[in-house]
Design a protein around this ligand. Structure first.
Ligand SMILES: [Zn+2]
Length: 710
């Protein structure tokens, strides 16, 4: 930041009289200033609000989009500035982040703001937004050395140059192994606590959705359920909670997270008026590639001219399936060039950053991003034209978050489309009358570890779909949004509900013809009757090729293993398992879990990390290279099994990474020059324990061996 701007900001901060502030305000175009609101304030508050306007204008006046805070942002910032804990409930793209920036711009010298963020991706987004507005604000992103030297000096008890720390919740608490990070230690240091002027909790609804045990399952990110502990550490500091989803049934969790029952509640209109909502029942199931054909233009020739489409999936295997399906509909010259990318939490950070950039930047090549929920919260996509949810979203809150990624530029319109499978229409709504009746996102019954998609289907979505209710009305009811603009839409159509008439035609929103039942029946004729027993296993010629490949892979891995002298080859994969794995049909191995189930013994976590993903990738690549395509529609029994592989996929820094499927795209780019975005790299495989091994390990009893206990 140049010296002139620094002195300008210092000058604004030192203003004390209303006249001086009004004089300075003359440099801002009158139509940008919310005068009605400013004049409704008392003089003392008005001067502070003037300063907020002037500070923001000063740091943005030379950018593409000079800004002045809006009424809601000023209201929220003033409330926290007056030392009141405040909950801001405002729709996606409403500028909640700007409230934090205003507060930091006017915070006392020698003080610091601490902000809790749910996702690392969001942490990065915040970093970029704030850095763009002010170079003086630096963000902690987890680098301990930088942090140690810049944030707080324990000896002199003084702060560094940092004005705001953005951290994930997990970084503030002890890890499962009992380690307390530097951030956690610092937050518990009384000399640091005295320097904290504001606490901000972004996406505060996660205290319920991630931090609370729900429907018989454990809390997905239990640390979110403990953030009231942080509040107690700095109980006199005002907290600012930010959310776009605050339905009544989660208020108890939000109250606990805010740590005070007397906070100021500020709610704006939550309706995104430029979005059209639609449902579409896919043919055969989500695994049928042709169901995604409608998203790829038949005349695709230039990525820059194609719509930008974001597809959400709730399990990693489905991201892979959808990515392959979309890729198959591209012209040959664009296959494997990075036009379609997939994105989930177990991929390398370098790949995720590149994929995100390729999709979101102006000249980025990626036009289709197939992602899990990590891309749904707080991430700013400037002009996504279509957001698709492949399957039912886990909750209406997730639906709203995902739809919120759509066209965020004024004057543009977009469609949010839920692709669902036929079984949704068969679900009996009376089964939802259970113990969680006040929770609109409740499932039909307690969730087991491998609960199927059908078991997880939330009432709020299933009921709206079956009753064909207006989606905008369902959202308003869910969010208790009584704002006068809750049902208004500027998009061409509101949604596909019959109450808006019968003219809605989904095809008009999509670049290609929707796959029909007739086409499906033509492409998938009923199987001719097979002799008893045939077809249960992979065909023999194919099986033999795969066995050879598996043995070759095992040999290569063993040679590359520095501990091969004490780590026999059969510990990587026993001959019995080679046979078993090769026998399994592709349709029976849709996830790494299917692979583990097929093995002779339950594999250890070490084995899974070392070999599970590699082995699964090898088999997937083999299947992809076979002709005809091996993705065919499963029988109802197998479909049931496939459904059971679906689980929530919010990245959890504290969660152990047991299943590490690292996809290796079959259409890898061959030259560095032609590669627009690096493909995911396998993580380094953990080495076997180099410590002295027990005698039984070195001389295994082959009668009772356990090949997975490394
Ligand atoms: Zn509607």
């Amino acid at each position: 930041m140049d010296a002139q701007l620094v002195s300008e900001l210092t000058g604004i901060r030192s203003i004390t009289s209303e006249q001086d502030a009004e004089k300075c305000l003359q440099c801002i175009p009158k139509e940008l200033v919310p005068w009605d609101f400013l004049w409704s304030l008392e003089t003392k508050d008005r001067v502070v609000a003037y300063k907020f306007c002037l500070l923001l204008w000063s740091i943005t006046k030379d950018t593409k989009t000079p800004q002045v805070p809006r009424k809601l942002q000023l209201k929220a910032a003033l409330s926290v500035y007056q030392h009141r804990s405040t909950l801001v409930v405002a729709g996606t793209n409403s500028g909640k982040t700007l409230v934090v920036i205003l507060l930091v711009l006017l915070q006392q010298p020698g003080s610091i703001t601490v902000m809790l963020s749910p996702f690392k991706r969001l942490q990065e987004t915040m970093s970029v937004i704030i850095s763009e507005l002010s170079q003086s604000m630096k963000i902690h992103q987890g680098d301990p050395d930088w942090w140690k030297s810049h944030v707080f000096n324990r000896k002199t008890k003084s702060l560094g140059a940092v004005d705001i720390l953005v951290t994930t919740v997990e970084q503030c608490f002890r890890s499962d192994s009992g380690h307390l990070s530097q951030m956690g230690q610092l937050l518990r240091l009384p000399s640091f606590q005295q320097k904290v002027c504001y606490q901000v909790v972004d996406e505060i609804h996660e205290a319920f959705f991630s931090g609370t045990p729900l429907y018989g399952a454990h809390a997905f990110r239990p640390k979110w359920g403990c953030i009231d502990e942080l509040r107690r550490l700095s109980s006199t500091v005002p907290v600012l909670g930010l959310t776009a989803s605050c339905p009544g049934h989660i208020m108890a969790s939000i109250n606990k997270a805010m740590g005070t029952p007397t906070y100021f509640h500020l709610q704006s209109a939550l309706n995104r008026q430029n979005i059209t909502y639609a449902f579409h029942c896919v043919v055969g199931g989500l695994h049928v590639p042709e169901n995604f054909r409608c998203l790829v233009s038949p005349t695709f020739c230039d990525p820059a001219k194609h719509m930008r489409i974001l597809i959400f999936c709730d399990n990693k295997q489905l991201t892979w399936t959808v990515r392959n399906a979309l890729e198959s509909f591209l012209p040959d010259e664009w296959k494997g060039k990075g036009v379609v990318l997939h994105y989930h939490s177990f991929m390398s950070q370098a790949y995720l950053t590149q994929a995100h950039k390729a999709f979101t930047t102006e000249g980025g090549l990626c036009r289709f991003l197939v992602a899990t929920s990590g891309e749904s919260t707080g991430v700013d996509f400037p002009d996504v034209d279509i957001v698709v949810n492949a399957g039912l979203p886990p909750s209406r809150k997730d639906k709203l978050q995902r739809a919120g990624r759509l066209v965020r530029r004024e004057g543009k319109q977009g469609i949010f489309l839920i692709l669902y499978e036929p079984w949704v229409n068969e679900v009996d709504l009376s089964e939802y009358e259970n113990e969680w009746i006040i929770d609109p996102d409740r499932p039909r019954k307690k969730l087991a570890t491998h609960a199927s998609q059908r078991d997880r289907a939330p009432y709020s979505i299933v009921a709206a779909l079956q009753k064909r209710e207006c989606e905008r009305k369902s959202d308003a009811k869910y969010l208790s949004d009584e704002h006068e603009t809750a049902f208004i839409f500027t998009a061409k159509e509101c949604c596909d509900a019959p109450e808006h008439g019968s003219s809605f035609n989904l095809q008009e929103y999509l670049p290609r013809k929707i796959y029909t039942q007739e086409e499906y029946d033509r492409d998938h004729p009923p199987p001719t009757k097979k002799p008893r027993g045939k077809g249960k296993y992979r065909e023999k010629p194919q099986r033999e090729v795969l066995i050879s490949k598996l043995k070759h892979w095992r040999r290569s891995e063993h040679i590359a293993n520095p501990f091969r002298a004490v780590y026999p080859e059969w510990r990587i994969l026993h001959d019995k398992d080679v046979e078993r794995v090769a026998r399994l049909r592709p349709i029976d191995m849709l996830s790494v879990d299917d692979l583990y189930k097929c093995l002779c013994h339950e594999p250890s976590n070490d084995w899974k990390e070392a070999w599970g993903t590699k082995l699964f990738s090898l088999i997937s690549d083999f299947d992809c290279s076979q002709s005809p395509p091996l993705i065919s529609h499963p029988t109802s029994k197998k479909r049931k099994r496939k459904e059971s592989d679906t689980q929530n996929d919010v990245p959890s820094p504290s969660a152990p990474r047991l299943i590490t499927r690292i996809p290796v795209p079959p259409t890898a780019v061959t030259t560095e020059a032609s590669r627009p975005c690096p493909m995911p790299r396998p993580r380094p495989m953990p080495r076997p324990n180099p410590k002295p091994l027990p005698k039984s390990f070195l001389e295994p009893n082959k009668e009772n061996f356990d090949p997975f206990q490394v």
